[in-house]
Design a protein around this ligand. Structure first.
Ligand code: MN3
Length: 195
């Protein structure tokens, strides 16, 4: 069974004015779809066919750069869409709020790590399974935090394709606006599942 492009839970225009519809449509139907296609082509006819994306990304060898890129790109975007909601924003609650601690300090550190990614990449809130704690990591290109044994909880895509139409070179403005669509219920569910 090949991997599939997931449908979004909301319309392409639903995250406006923070993320514009055209960016969302191109990002989903072109960029995400390309990672998906390349991932499926890479695993077709190999013993990776039928394995979960968590299994594939968690067991990469150094010579599997294509899988690192396209598998990571596929998985990162699946999470990214779920991490956002038209009813998002605000702050986390419950166990997640407790481990994050001071939300203002967290938001500042996460934003700085996102804005200062050199070239293309992501910032991630992630956890080591069973640790009960969280970390913020910068990841280059499409490399998944799963390659380092982490479970991804919340990610922001800072590739230019994620914001250039609306924000041009203003990555800090895009990251600041993105907080308004963060789906904390989804992030909390991922943390609860990984604890
Ligand atoms: Mn992207």
């Amino acid at each position: 069974m090949a991997f599939e492009l997931p449908a979004l839970d909301y319309d392409y225009s639903a995250l406006e004015p923070h993320i514009d519809a055209r960016t969302m449509e191109i990002h989903h139907t072109k960029h995400h779809n390309t990672y998906l296609t390349n991932l499926n082509n890479a695993i077709a006819g190999t013993d990776l066919e039928g394995k979960s994306i968590e299994d594939i990304l968690g067991n990469l060898s150094p010579d599997q750069g294509g899988l690192n890129f396209n598998g990571g790109g596929y998985d990162n975007h699946c999470i990214f869409w779920k991490n956002m909601s038209p009813n998002g924003g605000g702050e986390p609650g419950g166990d997640l709020a407790a481990v994050i601690g001071d939300f203002g300090a967290f938001k500042e550190e996460f934003s700085t790590k996102a804005v200062t990614v050199q070239g293309s990449g992501w910032a991630w809130l992630c956890t080591k399974p069973g640790s009960g704690s969280v970390e913020i990591k910068q990841m280059p290109n499409q490399t998944s935090v799963r390659t380092e044994g982490y479970v991804p909880l919340l990610g922001v895509d800072v590739w230019e394709h994620a914001y250039y139409l609306n924000y041009q070179n203003r990555r800090p403005d895009y990251v600041a606006a993105w907080w308004n669509v963060v789906n904390w219920d989804d992030v909390a569910a991922r943390f609860a599942a990984a604890k």
